[in-house]
Write a protein that binds this ligand. Structure first.
Ligand code: SAH
Length: 260
C-alpha cells in the first residue's frame, strides 16, 4: 500500500511551494493534479512520474469526485508515493474532506501538506493586510459559486462591521455580486480589490468599491475579491486625497516614510 499526500501547490509560481511540497512532487510516482496547478509546478515532477490531469477544465472527459476518489485508491494500491496536487491550500475550497473520507474508508494512509491559499497570495499581491487591526477583527473566506444544492441560498450573511471578506470563485457577473454584497448590508463605499491570476505573468488588480463593482469589467479567472475597509488602496487614497481614515503619522508609515 502506498501513501497519499494531499499537497497544496500555492497560487502558481513554483517558488511559492513549500519545501515539503517540492520534495514530494519530485518523489511522486503518480501525481493527480487540478486545473489550477501551474505548468511551472508540474515541471518539477520526475520524468518517471505519471501525471494525471483530473481538472474540470482539462478539455477532455471531466472526472467526477467519485472518479478521482477511485483513482486515488487505485494508485495507492499500486504505487508508493501518490501526490494529489491542488491549487492553493488543499483544505480551502479543495474538496479535501471527500477525498480524506474515501481514503479513511479504505484505510489508506494519507498526509496533508499545506499551501499558500489564494486569499493569502491575493493579500500579498495587493499589499493588503487582511486583519489590519485598525480596520478588521475578522476575516471570512467565502464562495459565490453556487453548487446545485446551494442554488438560491443566501451566501453572505448580513455583514458585521470590521469584517474582511475574501470571495473565492467570484464568477464573471460582478453586477450580481455587487448587489448580493449590498443586499447583505455592506455599504457601497466599502473598498474592494479584485486580484486575478495571482503570481502569473498576467496578474491583474482592480481597485473599486462595493457600489461600483457591478460597473467593472470582470478580470480573467481565476480571481479572488477582497472586500472590506482593509482593501482601500493606500497609494490610491493618497493620490485622491482620501486620507480621513488615517492620521498623518499612520499615512507616513503606510508609505514607508519615517514618522520623524
Ligand atoms: N484550494 C484553492 C482554492 C480552490 S477554489 C486555494 O486554497 O487557493 C478555486 C478558486 O481559488 C478560484 O476560482 C479563485 O477564486 C481562487 N484562486 C486559486 N488560484 C488563484 C490564483 N492563482 N489567482 C487568483 N485566484 C485564485
Amino acid at each position: 500500500m502506498g501513501k497519499v499526500y494531499l499537497v497544496g501547490a500555492g497560487p502558481g509560481s513554483a517558488d511559492l511551494l513549500t519545501l515539503r511540497a517540492l520534495r514530494l512532487i519530485q518523489a511522486a510516482d503518480v501525481i493527480l493534479f487540478d486545473a489550477l496547478v501551474s505548468t511551472e509546478v508540474l515541471q518539477l515532477a520526475s520524468s518517471n512520474a505519471r501525471l494525471i490531469n483530473v481538472g474540470k477544465r482539462s478539455g477532455r472527459k471531466s472526472f467526477s469526485q467519485e472518479d478521482i476518489n477511485a483513482l486515488l485508491i487505485y494508485a495507492a494500491r499500486n504505487e508508493e508515493v501518490i501526490v494529489r496536487l491542488k491549487g492553493g491550500d488543499p483544505m480551502v475550497f479543495g474538496r479535501a474532506a471527500e477525498e480524506m473520507a474515501a481514503l479513511r474508508e479504505q484505510r489508506i494512509e494519507f498526509e496533508i501538506v499545506p499551501g499558500v491559499t489564494a486569499a493569502c497570495s491575493a493579500a500579498a499581491a495587493a499589499k493588503v493586510s487582511l486583519t489590519d487591526r485598525r480596520l478588521a477583527s475578522d476575516v471570512s473566506f467565502l464562495t459565490a459559486h453556487s453548487s446545485e444544492e446551494n442554488a438560491g441560498k443566501k451566501w453572505i450573511e448580513p455583514s458585521e462591521k470590521n469584517r474582511t471578506l475574501v470571495i473565492y470563485m467570484p464568477g464573471q457577473d460582478y453586477e450580481r455580486l455587487g448587489s448580493d454584497l449590498l443586499g447583505a448590508g455592506i455599504s457601497p463605499t466599502t473598498p474592494c480589490v479584485v486580484v486575478s491570476r495571482i503570481s502569473s505573468a498576467d496578474q491583474q488588480l482592480l481597485w473599486t468599491n462595493v457600489g461600483s463593482l457591478g460597473l467593472a469589467t470582470a478580470l480573467a479567472a481565476p480571481a479572488v475579491i477582497i472586500v472590506g475597509d482593509v482593501a482601500e488602496s493606500t497609494e490610491q487614497a493618497i493620490v485622491l486625497g482620501k486620507l480621513e481614515r488615517f492620521g498623518s503619522e499612520e499615512v507616513r508609515s503606510h508609505v514607508g516614510y519615517s514618522a520623524r
